[in-house]
Ligand binder design. Sequence first.
Ligand code: FAD
Length: 454
Amino acid sequence: MSTFDYDLFVIGGGSGGVRAARIASSDHGAKVAMAEEFRMGGTCVIRGCVPKKLMVFAAGHGAAIDEAAAYGWQVEKGRFDWRAFRTRLDGELRRLESIYTRNAEAAGVTIFHQRATVADPHTVRLADGRLITTRHILVATGGTPFVPEPYADLGAMTSNEIFLMDRLPGSMLVLGGGFIACEMAGILQGLGVAVTLMYRGTQILRGFDSDLQGHVAAALMQQGLNLEVNTDLTALERLPDGRFRASDTQGRVREFDTVLFATGRRPNVDGLGLAEAGVNLGDGGAVIVDDYSQTNIPSIFAVGDVTDRIQLTPVAIREGHAFADTVFGGTPIKPDHTMVASAVFTRPEAGTVGLTEEQARAEGPVEIYMASFNPMQTSFIKAETKALMKLVVCAKTRKVLGCHIVAPGAGELIQLAGVILKMGATKDDFDRTMAVHPTMTEELVLLRKPTRTA
Ligand code: FAD
C-alpha cells in the first residue's frame, strides 16, 4: 500500500501535464491528481495555438474576399465584426476546456482547480492550504509572456490579453520578431488594424532559415504592414485617453491605440517552491531535466515550456507521454527532439523542418536547391505573393538536412516533409518521386540544379 496520497501529482493542466496525467492514470493505473490555477487546456487551448489559429482563419477570409473579387465574384467586403467573432471564440474555448476536464476526469485523474506549489520533494501545497503527499511530482506549469522592465506596468497587451479585447484597435504597435509577434501582426493587419511591427534585430524570425525570413518579411510588408527592423523603443508612455506614445531609436515619436509586447516567454516558476526543494534551475528559471525529464531531485520531473527545450505543444505532449511511460509503464522512453517540424501562421504560412542553411553550412559542405515563384493562384490575379520551396542537402551524403516552405498551407505541407526527412530521405529520393501537377510543392521534386553550393 502506498504511503502517499497519490502516485503522481501534476502541477499544470496544459498540453504536457494533461497528457502525462491521463496516460499515467488510464494506461498505467497510477493514482493521479492535477492542479490547474487558470483554465484546463493551458496556453495552447485557452490563449495560444487554438484561438490564434481561429484568428488566422478569420483574417484569411478577409483576404479570400479580395481574391474572390479579383477572380470575378461580385462581392462586397464589409468590416470585420470582432464582437461576433469573440462571442463564438469564447464559446469554442469553453467547449474545449470542458472536454479537457472531462477527458482527464474520465481517465481517473482528480483535478484541483486552484494553484499548487511544491512544499517538499513529496508534498504539494494547494492554495487553500491543504498539503497533499505524492510519490512523484510533475511540474508542467508552462511559460508566461515577458514584458521588458521599464514597460511592465503600462497596461500594454501580451498574447494573454489579445484574445480578450473588447474591440479591435485602429492602430497597434507590435514589439518583437519571433513567431508569435509575426503571426499576431499579420492576423491583426488582416482584420483591418494598421499594424507596425517593431523589432530590434536585423531580421524577423530569428533562428529560422534566412530565405524563409526574407519571404515572410516581404509578404507582411506587401500586405501593408509597417515592418521596422533594427529599431527599438526608447520610451513608451500611456496617454490620458489610454493610447500609447512610443519613441524609438530612429528618433520617431508616434501614437498608437494599443501596444502588444511579444518579446519572449519565461518559464512559469515564480513562487513554485522549486529552488527551495533543491531543484536546479537554469537561465531564466528553466527547470533543468535529463533525457527522461527528471530533475536532480529524483521524485520531481518537469515537461513542456517550463523546461525551455522546444516550446511547442506537440513537444510538450510527447514529453508528458514519455514521462508517464517511463515512470509508470516501466518502459524508459526519451522524447526525440530532433527534426521537429513547425509552422508560422502568417499569410502565406511558413513551414520548417531540420537545419537552416546557416546551421548546415556550419557542419559541412551543402547544396541548396531553391525555387521562389509566384504561385498560380495569386499570379492569375497579379497578386505579388512569393512562395518558397527550399531544400538544404548534405553535399557528401545527399541527405536532405532541411526543408523550408513559404506558401499557402505550408503548415500542412511541412508535416509530411517532417516524416520524409525523419526517414532520412536523400535528394535522389526527391528526384525519383513523380510530381503532382499542378501544385506548388511539385517544385520540391523538380529542383534539378543547386542554386548554391559551398
Ligand atoms: P501550458 O500549456 O502553458 O500549461 C501550463 C498550465 O499550468 C497553464 O494552464 C497554467 O495556468 C498552469 N499553471 C501554472 N502554474 C501553476 C500552478 N502553480 N498551479 C496550478 N496551475 C499552474 N505551439 C505550437 O505547437 N503551435 C502553435 O501554433 C503555437 N502557437 C502559440 C501561440 C501563442 C500566442 C502562444 C503563447 C504559444 C503558442 N504555442 C504554439 C506554444 C504552446 O502553446 C506551448 O508550447 C504549450 O502550450 C506548452 O505546454 P505546457 O504543458 O508546457 O504548458
